[in-house]
Write a protein that binds this ligand. Structure first.
Ligand SMILES: [Zn+2]
Length: 511
């Protein structure tokens, strides 16, 4: 009988917005809006994911299906935000690598990464972690890295691993099956002493955030091309990295990656075939489209006045304050317009610990006037003066076992206060930078977004699994902010010299 494989898993999961003013320090890894425990070790890493829909849940399922021992070391994840401090990488990376050294030897490693992590010291933090893992386990132990579709994939990440496996869907609802794919590859490599031939192709182009939904054209065509390639003889895997635009790093952009049974030339040929086709469609894959905040609120009010009463809300997607991409959560561009244009049935969150403190001092049931939002930096609008009644005070914790972007389950908005404002809007003031990925956020407070005329969801794609089922219509709004869709509003210094659309004349040459 063959010995059971021992496969370790570890991860430091972060999507870093290098333009965001809020740095990611140890404090952010001590408390996260995405997980009850931002840092999970050993059995806790296992337990917190077993019944979720995350990559780790897929590893756990695959360990039973493929009969290997999964050794959970450490998993750290916190909300997307600014550059990660050196201390975080030294502390958490150091602990992860110590565990890998001390609990080994292993027959394989599953790196559970997001793929767009940038630290003060390492612009390619995911690649650096992979390099150090490789240094410890040596060249003969297979290493696979699972990644979010928003990964900015570097050559180092490809070189230091034997397989990269990226989600194929945005909204991200396939973390589990992709984790199974990673486990299939790693166990085969370990059992057959085989390695796939790999190729990473990076045409110099960025996919715009309006185009990130993989269910819609033109991005759907890129993923369809991947499926075509995956059906070719000898192709054993492949991924597309959509990229994460708000990162001032060399590898910012689209990535096409193909694994072949034994031929690098075949991997290269097919990765380039996908890349060439995406490149020829680069204009459509970037162009920011969508109404301004004032236009969007006008449209939403018009639509709300004519839609059937029981048809669900108009959902406004706040692109510039995409918390899931690292922005502040306290943008007021849409709220300002709601007040100015007299929206009465309006529901949204605003992150504002100061306003919450004032509300807590006043107490539930009292009337209060507070300045709300627009306090983190100068990118997200002015504070809005709201007067209203404090109707709810909660610890902000809620759970969602339904279909949620990336499969998260336990959420923590921190102390949360709901104000029903005289001006019209109902505003949930939250403490943490939490995206609007789950309707439970409001149900847990006793409010039904289903019954409002207009609901704001901060984000572009991540709120869709939660809000599409109830929305009468969703409008993607071209709001300013740290996650603006317009790349020309940011000062990039470290991206490739000639990158579309920053360089409209960019060329993509290969033999
Ligand atoms: Zn993502």
């Amino acid at each position: 009988m063959t010995r059971k494989l021992r496969i370790a898993t570890l991860g430091i999961h972060h999507e870093t917005n290098t333009f965001a003013s809020n740095k990611t320090t140890m404090a952010e890894f001590e408390r996260s809006g995405l997980q009850t425990y931002a840092v999970q070790r050993g059995q806790q890493y296992y337990d917190m994911h077993e019944k979720s829909q995350t990559s780790m849940a897929g590893f756990i399922q695959a360990s039973k299906r493929l009969d290997f021992e999964l050794v959970p070391l450490i998993f750290a994840a916190t909300d997307p935000a600014g550059t990660i401090s050196k201390e975080v990488f030294d502390t958490l990376g150091g602990e992860a690598l110590d565990m890998l050294r001390e609990q080994g030897p292993f027959d394989g490693v599953l790196l559970n990464q997001m793929g767009a992590a940038v630290s003060e010291e390492y612009p390619d933090m995911d690649g650096e972690l992979a390099r150090r893992v490789r240094e410890i386990v040596g060249p003969n132990v297979p290493v696979a890295m699972t990644l979010d579709l928003h990964a900015n994939v570097s050559q180092q990440m490809a070189d230091e691993t034997d397989a990269l496996v990226i989600y194929k869907t945005n909204p991200h609802i396939d973390a589990v099956p992709r984790a199974h794919d990673a486990c299939d590859l790693v166990t085969r490599m370990a059992r057959e002493n085989w390695r796939p031939a790999k190729w990473l192709e990076q045409p110099p182009m960025v996919v715009g955030i309006f185009q990130h939904d993989t269910r819609d054209m033109p991005m759907k065509a890129v993923l369809d091309d991947l499926e075509t390639v995956l059906s070719k003889p000898g192709v054993v895997g492949g991924s597309i990295g959509e990229g994460y635009p708000w990162s001032d790093v060399h590898e910012n952009g689209l990535a096409c990656y193909v694994l072949h049974e034994d031929s690098v030339n075949e991997s290269k040929k097919w990765a380039r075939w996908i890349a060439d086709r995406a490149w020829s469609n680069r204009v459509d894959l970037y162009e920011p489209v969508g109404p301004s905040p004032s236009q969007a609120v006008t449209q939403a009010l018009e639509k709300a006045s004519t839609k059937p009463a029981d048809s669900g809300p108009i959902v406004l997607l706040d692109v510039g304050d995409n918390i899931g991409a690292g922005s502040s959560g306290d943008s007021t561009f849409l709220l300002t317009e709601a007040v100015r244009q007299g929206a009465r049935s309006w529901l949204q969150t605003v992150r504002d610990p100061d306003a919450i403190e004032a509300c807590l001092a006043a107490g539930i049931g009292s009337d209060i006037t507070v300045n709300v939002g627009g306090k983190t930096d100068l990118l997200h609008g002015e504070p809005v003066e709201l007067t209203g009644r404090i109707t709810r005070i909660s610890d902000g914790r809620f759970e969602d076992t339904g279909t949620v972007h990336a499969g998260w389950r336990f959420f923590d908005a921190g102390t949360t206060v709901v104000m029903e404002c005289d001006q019209g809007p109902t505003v949930a003031l939250v403490t943490t930078r939490i995206g609007n990925m789950s309707r439970e956020q409001y149900y847990s407070l006793g409010y039904r977004p289903d019954d409002f005329e207009i609901v704001v969801a901060k984000g572009v794609v991540s709120p869709r699994p939660a809000y599409q089922p109830i929305a009468h219509e969703m409008i993607t709004v071209n709001t300013p902010g740290a996650t603006s869709a317009d790349m020309s509003t940011f000062d990039y210094k470290n991206v490739r010299k000639s990158l579309y659309p920053l360089d409209p004349e960019a060329q993509y040459d290969h033999e």
